[in-house]
Design a protein around this ligand. Structure first.
Ligand code: DC
Length: 646
């Protein structure tokens, strides 16, 4: 699937069980592998990045088994260095696997090559390699200096002493050194050069090392001492917390979309820094409740979300969610101190700026900041995701602006959260759609208009669009067979719907499009795939809060397949001809019953036989045969069904 169309939402509420944390999963796997003893891991994240780590451990001679229920793993620790001394390891785009494995393998005395996808080869690793070289490690860059792929050869490792590492590009370099140091067996002091970024991720590393028996002494964020004789020992069982970065999307949905939305799997005692995203949300007005193992968010008690100016260095991943949240704030928002975004899965500052602009925001980008001025209303948009899971996930929130969003390459979420879109759908409240399909003159137009009025919903008469294309074609003299010209007309159609009137180029054509000539023409242009395609987005744009009644032939099948209520409204050809006959007489037009029945049958046949979006009752649509019904009865039937559907 190359794209996913997310429907406009009118709110969000519900409860989500979070998948396991990526940061914890990959750290725990590596420590369990190096440890003495067997570790049983529960709730391990199922995702691409974790799969890369599992494959690497397998290739390096670590035995592990996947058990029931899913997410439960048993890892047989090797109690020291990794046993396989030759390996060509592919790590995809998993930074949480690449950096720590580089450090561990550099100290393992073997011959290894570490590579990843093209983007991984653009992500810097020089600071880590420099740190490891101070210990005597033999590491070579196979292509560009400072970047993967890496070739590691056995070397005389200097044990103990001081290692200096820069901390201002990625905190994962420090994490990698910390995790590998117990392999040297002697006390090592790691000193951070420059300001350490993303500190909470280093906290995760230290907390997990302690769980595996290695307690690191630290002097602020400047120096860390890994004690001599430290060895990893299995804690027996390990439970992986829910992913706090993934939690941010759902908490934001609750803050924007009313809520409450509750995420289960992280809470007050989490070791993940990204739980502090909840504080950021609270600071802009959201109502937040935090318990031991869950966090809940709702919209502000009054007013909307406030504009913000925040230093987000401590929560770089969850900060992306704030960038999209800025679309909903009441003024310009500044995200400060986020330079690390530039070396993540993609250049996230550039990507975020480009995509936010598509939705109408004014964005100012600098080396380490973003300023986002929200639009009056969020525009419909097609979001590119740059093979970055977080781009895909955080832009799903824009649907809460009541607009459809297309996410390109949605499967990039597999990196950390394969079930993301299904999970999001579980709390999403789409703007409701009542789809009413049926043949010509079945009365669906009148029924749809009345139902829309009663519910205060928008009304889409999709047949009018096909009629308009036919009318516009006759006005410019285009042939009804010229698919390309007609699709062009359909795309540009200068139409406005206003208080029951249809205006084409400001010309009231409400009656003109109802003529038999337009009916016949519409039926012909509607059979052209290019015309139908050209009208899809125009039709979906009618879906706005509080809801939409859409009538036509393919509302349920193609335009709004996720409609909450689908009705197939019909009547016998004789009854329909009779109704049309009366209408025409009322308008003072000539009419002939036999001719009307023949025309209707012909059109029914053509609408049903065409290859694209043929007219037929969908399996999930309710049949409403109005042959023996009044309009009022039909309207009540639909309203009743709508009440039951919601
Ligand atoms: O509903 P109507 O009679 O105004 O529709 C006019 C023509 O347009 C009819 O021949 C069927 C076609 N149509 C369609 O193909 N798909 C729609 N969603 C609506 C109408």
């Amino acid at each position: 699937m190359d794209h996913l169309d997310l429907p406009p939402l009118s709110g969000a509420a519900g409860t989500v069980k979070l998948p396991g944390s990526k940061s914890i999963s990959n750290r725990v796997l590596l420590m369990a592998a190096l440890a003495e003893g067997v570790t049983e891991i529960h709730d391990l994240l199922a995702s691409d990045d974790v799969d890369r780590m599992l494959e690497a451990l397998d290739a390096l001679g670590v035995r592990w088994e996947a058990l029931d229920p899913p997410g439960r793993y048993r890892v047989h620790g090797v109690g020291g260095g990794l046993p396989v001394k030759h390996g060509d390891i592919f790590l995809g785009n998993a930074g949480t696997a690449f950096r720590p494995l580089t450090a561990v393998l550099a100290l393992s005395g073997g011959h290894y090559r570490l590579a990843g996808v093209a983007r991984m080869h653009e992500r810097p690793i020089g600071d880590l390699v420099d740190g490891l070289r101070q210990l005597g490690a033999n590491i070579r860059y196979q292509a560009a200096e400072g970047f993967p792929p890496l070739v590691i050869e056995p070397a005389e490792i200097r044990r103990g002493g001081v290692v200096r590492v820069r901390g201002d590009v990625s905190s994962q370099f420090l994490t990698a050194l910390l995790m590998a140091m117990p392999l040297t067996g002697v006390e090592t002091r790691i000193e951070v050069v420059g300001e350490l970024i993303s500190k909470p991720y280093v906290e995760i590393t230290l907390a997990l090392m302690a769980r595996f028996g290695v307690v690191v002494a630290r002097e602020g964020w400047q120096a860390f001492v890994v004690p001599g004789g430290a060895t990893y020992r299995s804690p027996g069982a390990m439970y992986v917390e829910g992913d706090a970065s993934s939690a941010s999307y759902f908490l934001a949905a609750g803050a924007i979309g009313g809520g409450p939305v509750r995420v289960e799997g992280v809470g007050r005692d989490s070791i993940q820094g990204d739980v502090r995203f909840a504080e950021a949300l609270a600071s802009i007005g959201a109502q937040i409740e935090i318990a031991d193992n869950w966090i809940e968010a709702r919209a502000p008690a009054s007013g909307g979300l406030r504009a913000f100016d925040l230093d987000l260095n401590h929560i770089p991943d969850a900060a992306m969610t704030l960038a999209v949240l800025a679309l909903f704030a009441d003024g310009a928002c500044r995200l400060r101190n986020i330079a690390s975004w530039r070396v993540k899965e993609t250049d996230r500052i550039a990507a975020m700026a480009t995509e936010l602009r598509k939705l109408g925001a004014v964005v100012d980008e600098s080396e380490d900041q973003l300023v986002v001025i929200p639009p009056e209303s969020i525009r419909r948009g097609e979001i590119d995701t740059y093979d970055d899971h977080r781009m895909a996930m955080c832009f799903s929130l824009a649907t809460l602006g009541g607009t459809e969003i297309r996410i390109n390459d949605p499967k990039c979420v597999n990196k950390t959260f394969p079930a993301y879109f299904a999970t999001f759908a579980a709390v999403a409240q789409p703007v409701p759609v009542i789809a009413i399909d049926g043949p010509s003159a079945s009365g669906k137009g009148t029924v749809a208009a009345r139902v829309a009025e009663r519910l205060g919903y928008q009304h889409l008469d999709s047949g009018a669009l096909y009629r308009l294309v036919a009318l516009a074609a006759s006005r410019v003299g285009a042939s009804l067979d010229d698919s390309r010209a007609l699709a062009g007309l359909a795309r540009r159609l200068p139409v406005r719907f206003e208080g029951g009137r249809v205006l084409l180029d400001e010309d009231d054509v409400s009656d003109a499009i109802r003529s038999e000539a337009c009916s016949q023409g519409a039926s012909r242009v509607a059979a052209l795939p290019a015309v139908r395609e050209a009208l899809v987005l125009r039709q979906r744009a009618f879906r706005r809060a509080p809801g939409l009644v859409a009538e036509g032939r393919d509302m349920a099948s193609t335009i709004f397949p996720d409609a909450g209520l689908k009705i197939y409204l019909t009547a016998s050809a004789e009854i329909r001809a009779e109704r049309r006959y009366k209408q025409l007489l009322e308008k003072g037009m000539a009419a002939n019953m036999a001719g009307l029945i023949r025309d209707l049958r012909e059109r029914d046949a053509r609408d049903a036989a065409r290859s694209v979006a043929p007219l037929r009752q969908q399996d999930d649509a309710l049949l409403l045969d109005t042959s023996g019904m009044t309009i009022d009865q039909a309207v009540e039937f639909v309203l009743d069904a709508a009440g039951k559907a919601s």
